[in-house]
Design a protein around this ligand. Structure first.
Ligand code: FAD
Ligand code: FES
Length: 287
């Protein structure tokens, strides 16, 4: 039975800085009381304020960046009480932080002929900054990728939902920005932007696809990947209660005969949040 990762623990953290991002988000920078080793991209923490302003149940957030001095950055979109309380933090505020949790993105080699294509929708971009940093640096035995071996397709309904776009562009890899209303970049959704990039010949229709964002977007991205014969992985943002495999609040329907076995559900918190798309019932995700 899957268990929480051995490096996970419940501890306190201090807010170092909060800055706005996009039209409804913040970047929250924390110092953990007990700093953690360099994390694999795509892992997450459960966070809440250590006071009465937060709901009792912490909320899950991907690690956006990990600073050399140990500071952890989270990119947070304001949705409801949990995220509102975190966005209202000031330097010095104390948080409860449970983590690091989850598996993170797989370590994949990438070349310009077999690129790693990352497709993000809105706040689903959060786990991709470190994924790009890791791919460029070469971690866990993978060779460093050249910038042309990577591509980030980053979409939102409007420009204000392309959180920290400049920070992604500063990484030096091709970034295809797109918006539903045409306020920034390609006028259309991420699937249309990816198809247009392929058709222009700016990217070979090859390699692997990683995606994170709203469930309908990810289902469309996986359908596009499958139509092109490309393997894909998705990072799911299910509701979570505990984050450590106890509450069953994060069930993900598995694929019949898939690599996760015959049990009909996996737990997003301990089996994921990143799943190979042949392991889960993609059509049922988010329903
Ligand atoms: C592994 C993982 C990583 C995540 N990483 C990030 C991240 O880096 N940044 C970030 O901003 N968010 C992230 N999320 C989503 C985030 O946890 C939720 O948005 C958060 O729990 C909302 O809490 P809240 O109390 O503010 O809103 P709630 O009161 O819980 O919800 C407010 C409204 O938003 C809707 N909502 C809340 N959560 C979700 C969801 N997951 N999917 C669809 N609708 C939802 C609710 O239906 C409701 O209408 C992640 C989720 C997971 C599982
Ligand atoms: S969030 Fe409790 S089991 Fe996954």
């Amino acid at each position: 039975m899957p268990a929480p990762p051995p490096d996970a623990r419940s501890q306190r953290a201090t807010v170092r800085e909060v800055r706005p991002s996009g039209s409804d988000g913040v970047v929250l920078i924390l110092d953990l009381d007990e700093p953690v080793e360099r994390l694999r991209a795509g892992r997450f923490f459960m966070l809440r304020r250590d006071d009465a302003l937060s709901p009792a149940i912490p909320r899950p957030f991907s690690v956006f960046r990990q600073r050399a001095d140990g500071g952890l950055e989270f990119l947070i979109k304001t949705m409801g009480p949990g995220t509102r309380a975190l966005a209202a933090c000031a330097p010095g505020d104390r948080l409860v932080a449970v983590g690091p949790l989850g598996n993170g993105w797989p370590v994949l080699e990438a070349t310009p002929e077999q690129p790693l294509i990352m497709v993000a929708g809105g706040i689903g971009s959060a786990p991709f900054h470190m994924a790009i940093e890791d791919a460029l640096a070469g971690v866990d035995g993978a060779a460093p990728a050249s910038p042309e071996a990577l591509c980030l397709v980053y979409g939102g309904r409007h420009e204000g939902l392309l959180y920290d776009l400049a920070e992604f562009e500063a990484l030096g890899v091709p970034v295809v920005a797109c918006t539903d209303d045409g306020s920034r970049g390609f006028h259309g959704n991420v699937v249309q932007a990816l198809e247009a990039t392929w058709e222009r010949g700016d990217l070979p229709r090859a390699g692997r696809i990683l995606t994170c964002g709203p469930d309908p977007m990810m289902r469309a991205v996986v359908a596009t990947a499958r139509a092109a014969g490309l393997p894909s992985w998705m990072s799911l943002e299910t509701y979570m209660g505990c984050g450590v495999g106890i509450c069953n609040g994060c069930a993900v329907p598995t694929a019949q005969e898939g690599p996760l076995g015959s049990w009909p559900f996996a737990k997003c918190c301990v089996d994921g949040p990143v799943f190979a798309t042949d392991a889960i019932d993609v059509a049922a995700v988010g329903h």
